[in-house]
Design a protein around this ligand. Sequence first.
Ligand code: FEO
Ligand code: CA
Ligand code: CA
Length: 641
Amino acid sequence: MIRINYDALSFDEEDEMKFPREDIQDFDRVVERAVSRRGFLGGALAFGSGAAVMGTGLFNGSSAMAQQASRFAFDQLAPQTDGTVHVPDGYKWDVLVRWGDPLFSDAPAFDSATGIPTAGSDRVFGENTDGMELFNLRGTELLVVNSEYVNAGINLPSGQEGKPDSADDVIRLQNFQGVTVMEVAEDDSGWNVVVDSPYNRRIHHRTPMQIDGPAAGHDLLKTAADPAGTQSLGTFNNCGSGRTPWGTYLTCEENFNGYFGTTAELSLDEVHANGFKRYGVSTKVDPGRYNYHGFDERFDISKNPNEPHRAGYIVEIDPWDPEGTPVKHTALGRFKHENAAYALAPNGQVVVYMGDDERGEYMYKWVSRDVYVPGGQTSTLLSEGQLHVAKFNDDGTGVWLALTPEDTGMTEAEIAIFTRMAGTAVSATTMDRPEWIAVNPTAVEGYCCLTNNSRRGALDDDGNVRTNAAGEPMVPNAPNPREVNRYGQIVRWRPHNDDHAASTFDWDLYVMAGNPDVHSEGPYAGTANINAGNMFNSPDGMQFDTTGLLWIQTDGDDDNEGDFLGMGNNQMLAGDPVTGEIRRFLTGPNGSEVTGLTWSADKRTMFVGIQHPGGTFPDGEGSLPRSSIVVVKRNDNALVG
Ligand code: FEO
Ligand code: CA
Ligand code: CA
């Protein structure tokens, strides 16, 4: 069963440790499903021609892409295995900001051995940078950045095995996470954070939040401290990002479950009534990963069983209002939100695509009731509308199923709080961990990284196919065709009528990552746009630039051995949506995940996130590793997006 564990790793990594990969099974059947139809890219390029694929090598190798002019302005970077960042010839990189760097001049100085003390820990840039967006208003540029989680052993080097020893330690960890708003500016010395900008702000695990939408005020959201159930404290495990057409930031609460624990055994009734099992909230008496509940009873579910229901949402922040209260939009559902990618329907309805990053969970789409009018009223656009969940058919079509009381047997508030159960009620398609979704600005289509799934098709000790948290067997299906999926894939859909609000779509796989050196043929070699030069695994972060190039970031196995030989460190690649060509652009230091990407207003700088680096990146010998945002530019200062 899905349940949190407490290693000093990201939750994504913990999942892999907890459910180790198993042997490949039923290879032929997987291949047959993967190639059963033609993709948007054309038969040979995407999936081969369908029949007799085994042994023909159609999953990889040369293709039509070589005959087309490349859209890339750079030569492919080779895989790297060292402790620093690499970019192609003609480009340069520099560190913009590291965990612990000051946002305000009264911030404590970073100590290379002990980090940042609790006093002032909310005055510095947060830990484990993730999704980010840049906002520009009359030349002032604000970078808004998620700090997803902490590595307590690094952030609390004096703590016992990296766990808090006191309420003071808990506050320090809480302050390092959440969201940072900071002004950035470029001068002759490069890019810098504008220390003491009036816009600079830390939003953390105790910052007041407003709750809106169908769950606001519901009994399940009421606590002793908030009997109205409309105001909570903190935003949690802020993973990917999003933005709205009206200029606000969306932060996405992913593995919120890990912050809660219990100091007393719970009854099975309590566990089931609160959805703790489905959402992975630990019901064991255990210090857990963070042990917040050991020092702050708000996080003790034996005392505050409704507190976890107040996390797991999309949260809207106005970056230009340092005093503004962030809003948790329950209408967009409660699950392990990866990111939020918006599109506008032709009539102006606001569409938000979202993934739930857990094995066998689902993809979602919000459609607003009202239309967006620039300069007009926006207050209903993320609270009044309809949430849908994706069902993919084997024939290359799909449907967005509306999560209504009629179809789910749940009230609107229950759908908002127990969204996973609503998805199960309408038989949504179980996916291989939906991570970031990106919407192409130059074509009516969306893309979602399905990062990997070590349990799809795998058998448990009793010989049964492993299930998702709902108990549904995770057998291969058309968009998730591989058992024990080590490498991941990117699914793409085109809404019918060129309308993102449409309830039906066509889909294909843009890429199945693989290793054609280790697997000379078959689905684990990857699709035709994977070759020995551009191999990667576990696509995760993803953004389109304004020219329609797709930038793909990875959070995978970087040991460069076995199935992953030749892939090197985690990395960022660019993909051409038209030809399918994919080319490596940047590599992170070993141990790190590359996540979070945005551009300066003039598109001459990329901001790229380096999360949980190993070694001593970026300060060097003798320093704690520091999650960092790096800036990447062309040497000739030409456009990079
Ligand atoms: Fe926070 Fe699923 O990555
Ligand atoms: Ca991610
Ligand atoms: Ca991941």
